[in-house]
Ligand binder design. Structure first.
Ligand code: LLP
Length: 430
């Protein structure tokens, strides 16, 4: 047995995950199939919590459900005392179903409707507003126990242009000056407990970025606290912690980040009269990204004019990231591990009627034959979550592996799921 990168191992040239052969999984559950390793979720969670709490103990991790919202995965994280970051009421409902208590859920919507504001209040979660104008609308329905605003810190970073959420070209967050007004009117309207939040980008692999943003936010919080005469119970520096997708990339030095941010939180709040706030983070990708591989079966190979296409049953409907951002996902031939790469470069695609239906481009892999099983790595974050029924294709199944045991945690959709909510008017029947 040879470990290649946790949670992946190779035995007899066959890729294994969580102690199980990927070929057996593909055979038993069919493809495309998302396979998630439970231990890896636990390891990732412990590593990031450990990194932050070593330097600053008053800490809370809000797992960003949007990255992967499978109920079993949510339960694993809840059992480790995770909180939840929800972007809509439906995610709050899901978090509650998985056992998250209201006081450990933060709700960060944007352009919330009245009904959403009303329901968020009813649920009793921490409410994080993305616009000051939402405050009077929220106050029509009641008073939140604790309120925060999402700040645009003036800087942002992200692996792709579409993943930058701070700075000048983004719909997210509130500039400091406006936020002062927001907190002032919140205080005047009788709200007593406050937090402050930032989420300035995703898939960031630059370790120094995180302490930089934390320092910016702490200083912004200090100025607001002074002007408004409030304290902050939590200061949320967001998610965005990247994972390596390319073989040449190194894992983020999360210990460095935890230590630097923790030290800032130890030092700055007393200098800025901020009390002792809870340090909050809300990662998605870091917790689940590398826990999951996507298995796909090869159904054909075709020589094009400039490249050879390898067609599989996983396409942009199964894993949208390559089509949407040009994202890179490493691919293995699961039944031919360690074979020498073929000189010929290939493009791996799906079965969808779009030319953007690409999973990987210009790759050199061992010779691929029809019937081979490909493993697409790092599919745990924004994988199933962004999959669709495009071309009238059912969504994939998900299994959870753990030291040799396998559980189906989401059944493959069937053809009847595809028309589940459709209605045919009487006049069109017959
Ligand atoms: N908090 C908020 C308010 C967010 O909007 C997000 C992600 C997160 C936390 C978690 O971010 P993470 O730690 O996972 O970077 N679809 C893209 C990623 C979009 C992220 C959207 N917001 C992808 O496939 O890479």
């Amino acid at each position: 047995m040879q470990v290649i990168e946790p949670p992946l191992e190779v035995r007899d040239k066959i890729l294994r995950v969580g102690g199980v052969s990927t070929l057996e999984l593909a055979q038993k559950f069919g493809t495309p199939l998302f396979v998630t390793d439970e231990n890896r979720i636990r390891e990732n969670y412990k590593r990031i919590v450990g990194a932050f709490t070593t330097a600053y103990r008053k800490f809370s991790l809000q797992y960003a459900l949007k990255a992967n919202n499978n109920l079993s995965i949510l339960r694993i994280l809840r059992s480790m005392d995770s909180g939840a970051d929800c972007s809509c009421i439906e995610e709050i409902t899901l978090a509650k179903k998985a056992g998250y208590p209201s006081n450990r859920i933060i709700y960060t919507g944007n352009f919330n409707s009245d009904i959403e504001l009303k329901l968020a209040l009813k649920e009793g979660v921490m409410i994080n507003l993305d616009d000051v104008a939402q405050l009077p609308r929220l106050r029509q329905f009641g008073k939140p126990e604790i309120l925060s605003f999402r700040i645009n810190p003036g800087v942002g970073k992200g692996r792709y242009a579409g993943l930058v959420f701070g700075g000048r070209r983004t719909k997210f967050g509130i500039e400091e000056k406006k936020a002062v007004k927001g907190y002032l009117s919140a205080k005047r309207s009788g709200i007593r407990h406050f937090g402050i939040h930032v989420m300035s980008g995703s898939a960031i692999l630059e370790k120094k970025y995180f302490p930089k943003v934390a320092e910016r936010l702490l200083n912004i919080a200090g100025r607001i606290a002074k002007k408004v005469g409030i304290e902050f119970e939590f200061i949320n520096i967001g998610g965005g912690f990247g994972i390596p997708y390319k073989p040449s990339e190194k894992a983020l030095d999360i210990e460095f980040i935890g230590k630097e941010v923790g030290e800032l939180f130890t030092k700055l709040p007393s200098e800025l009269s901020l009390g002792t706030p809870t340090l909050m983070i809300e990662p998605g990708r870091y917790i689940v990204g590398d826990t999951t591989i996507l298995l796909a079966k090869v159904h054909g190979k075709k020589k094009g004019t400039v490249t050879t296409y390898v067609g599989t049953d996983a396409g942009m409907n199964t894993l949208l990231r390559p089509a949407l951002y040009g994202a890179y996902h490493q691919v293995y031939v699961a039944n031919r591990m360690f074979h020498r790469p073929n000189p010929e470069k290939i493009t791996i695609c799906g079965q969808i009627c779009e030319n953007t239906d690409v999973i990987a481009e210009g790759r050199r892999l061992p010779l691929i034959k029809e019937g081979d099983i490909l493993a697409i790595l790092n599919a745990g974050a924004y994988g199933f979550a962004m999959s669709s029924q495009y071309n009238n294709r059912p969504r994939a199944a998900e299994v959870l592996v753990n030291g040799g045991t396998v559980d189906l945690i989401r059944e493959r959709e069937t053809v009847s799921d595809l028309t589940l909510h459709q209605k045919i008017p009487e006049r069109l029947k017959n």
